[in-house]
Design a protein around this ligand. Structure first.
Ligand SMILES: *Cc1c(COP(=O)(O)O)cnc(C)c1O
Length: 420
């Protein structure tokens, strides 16, 4: 049995323990939802106030030049690049994940079509995040192509001579299962398809090496493990071998080679800058930078490698404690046990009451979330930047209490909210 004392000892020996101080975390809350919305970096309110009062209030329009507003997509993109195995100048922070997916998927389809017009299918996983599937479906309608959805274990045989693009999310949002990016990309390339990776649940959570995997395109989310704040700008990467091929479809003036030349005709910027569209939300970009800096603060302590090591230790501990303490309570495990196949979350299944159990936990200050499906999922994101082993112990203790006493059956926990 793992005891609370064991967990406290693990925290004392944790080389990343000081990073928790970078965040404002409410008293009495154990936050296991950083995979949906990262917490507030302590630096953010002051930095945003400065952007409002000085940069906007005093600097006015001048701040585009004097406060570095113009270069923010690239500056933040470079910070993100260090976390995902991209090189300087290859990533921009901009727009939302959905919008960036539309851009890269469209570019990938254009490239595939130019190289092999007979390839007319996008392949993805049926359990991919819905927005990714909807964007792919709309592009397919527009181009008269087909979206083919399969289970993860059918991907190998689903990619064939008709496949233009394989579109996958690296870490599955519902189960926390992670693809082998290098192997899947190599297999798709061998079959003549391009690969678009969604890193929404990967960037800042697991080690990613886009160049090592020879990936074609990638996008990801700013408000999850990158702690950029609600609705934070997302990011986009194109391998340099593709970045200058084709226009992306949202060819706004920020993607122009010379936006301030104000020419009536369009000329795409070289490199990843052509994946910008219009003017950036500067205050949101400012908040995103504070979030990125919390992840980069792990650099002197071993960076993503150290974060990943702790993340695996936290998820291992969570699984072990659930099995030790909550056996016989009807819980199943949706997340792979194998480290190489696991992201930074643990997803439990239960035939009955999953939503209410999550609500009862939230009432106790243990914030996870619920994802409907067959079976329903209780989802717990374990973020190594600010979670302690002790928090994992207490979270599972609360889970046991909610289940053992049937607390989740109370009416108040069985009323559905708009956002789950
Ligand atoms: C969170 C998430 C998104 C979010 O897209 P938005 O455009 O920010 O709403 C998209 N795809 C995946 C896989 C996600 O996990």
């Amino acid at each position: 049995m793992t005891t609370l004392q064991d967990c406290i000892a693990l925290d004392a020996a944790d080389p990343l323990r000081e990073l928790r101080d970078l965040f404002t975390l409410p008293q009495g809350v154990i936050y296991l939802d950083g995979n949906s919305l990262g917490p507030l970096p302590k630096a953010a309110p002051g930095r945003i106030a400065h952007a409002v009062q000085q940069e906007w209030g005093e600097g006015l329009i001048r701040s585009w030049n004097t406060a570095g507003w113009f270069e923010l997509p690239q500056r933040l993109g470079d910070k993100i690049g260090t976390l995902v195995g991209a090189r300087p100048g290859e990533v921009v922070a901009t727009d939302s994940t959905s919008i960036n997916l539309f851009k890269v998927l469209s570019a990938a389809l254009s490239i595939a079509h130019a190289d092999a017009p007979s390839r007319r299918t996008i392949v993805s996983e049926r359990s991919n995040f819905p927005t990714d599937l909807y964007i792919a479906e709309s592009l397919c309608r527009e181009r008269g192509m087909t979206l083919r959805l399969v289970e993860a274990d059918e991907l190998g045989s689903a990619i064939d001579g008709r496949t233009a693009v394989l579109m996958l999310t690296h870490v599955n949002y519902r189960t926390g299962a992670m693809h082998d990016m290098r192997a899947v990309t190599a297999a798709a390339h061998a079959a003549g398809a391009l690969v678009v990776w969604d890193l929404a649940h990967s960037a800042g959570a697991v080690e990613v090496d886009l160049h090592g995997a020879q990936a074609d395109f990638a996008i990801g989310c700013g408000y999850k493990y990158l702690n950029g704040g609600p609705g934070a700008p997302a990011f986009v990467w194109a391998h340099p071998r593709h970045a200058d091929r084709f226009w992306q479809p949202l060819a706004g003036w920020w993607s122009h080679a010379a936006p301030f030349a104000f020419t009536p005709d369009y000329r795409p910027a070289p490199g990843i800058a052509r994946y910008l569209c219009g003017t950036q939300p500067i205050l949101s970009m400012t908040a995103l930078e504070c979030g990125l800096d919390t992840v980069l603060a792990a650099q002197p302590h071993g960076g993503m490698q150290a974060l990943r090591r702790k993340s695996l230790a936290l998820t291992d501990l969570f699984i072990a404690l659930v099995e030790e303490r909550c056996g016989g309570q009807g819980l199943g495990l949706a997340t792979p046990r194998e480290h190489a196949r696991r992201g930074s979350q643990v997803c439990l299944t239960r035939d009955e009451g999953a939503y209410a159990i999550v609500q009862a936990l939230i009432a106790r200050g243990v914030i996870g979330d619920f994802r409907a499906g067959r079976p329903d999922i209780l989802r717990f994101g374990l973020t190594p930047l600010y979670l302690r082993f002790e928090d994992v112990w207490h979270a599972v203790e609360h889970l046991w209490q909610v289940l053992d006493a049937g607390e989740w059956r109370r009416d108040e926990f069985n009323r559905q909210h708009a956002v789950t």
